[in-house]
Design a protein around this ligand. Structure first.
Ligand code: F42
Length: 146
């Protein structure tokens, strides 16, 4: 992916990405002390065209991944949401030691419902986050490119 990497302005996010990448995915690979696994999603800035790296919870089924734009139930979508909408073909996932390119699409209706259930199973706080906000939390499905 082309573009200059711009580390997150959020310190804990930046440190998680660094630990994850520097260890080849063997460290910094869970959300704080929950023990629940995290992936690193690389996207291309919608406006800046800079490379952005975002830790997200690992929600996976049959080799595909859900990317849940929850941002802790905040009233607005996270910025990476707009990056993926603008540049869906410039997205990579690091899952543990593996890093690969993915195709990403937003899911709606029944398909979203199925992925949402998987997401809440993997990370129960997503259900609380949805209750905190009026927006419907967007869900993308990312599939490894051949
Ligand atoms: N966030 C989630 O939404 N879902 C999760 O499952 C999740 C899990 C998770 C696990 C571990 C962890 O450490 C963090 C986790 N987070 C999760 C938080 C997540 O990593 C993000 O920090 C959060 O979702 C906020 O995303 P954000 O993209 O808004 O990030 C902010 C902090 C940020 O980096 N902003 C930058 C900035 O300079 O303000 C750049 C933002 C950016 O990409 N800008 C775009 C550009 O062009 O470069 C423009 C975007 C536009 O508006 O068009």
């Amino acid at each position: 992916m082309y573009g200059v990497y711009e580390p997150s302005p959020s310190e804990w996010v930046r440190e998680q990405v660094e630990a994850y990448e520097n260890s080849g995915g063997t460290e910094g690979n869970t959300l704080r002390d929950t023990g629940l696994p995290v992936i690193i999603v690389t996207s291309l800035g919608a406006k800046s065209k800079k490379v952005r790296k975002t830790p997200l919870m690992r929600v996976t089924e049959n080799g595909s991944y859900a990317l849940v734009a929850s941002q802790g139930g905040a009233p607005t979508h996270p910025q990476w949401y707009y990056n993926i909408v603008a540049n869906p073909e410039s997205v990579m996932i690091q899952d543990g030691p593996e890093r690969f390119e993915v195709s990403v699409r937003k899911v709606d209706g029944e398909e979203r419902t199925q992925w949402w259930e998987r997401a809440v199973t993997a990370f129960p706080p997503y259900a609380e986050y949805q209750l905190k906000t009026d927006r419907q939390i967007p869900v993308f499905v990312a599939t490894r490119r051949p």
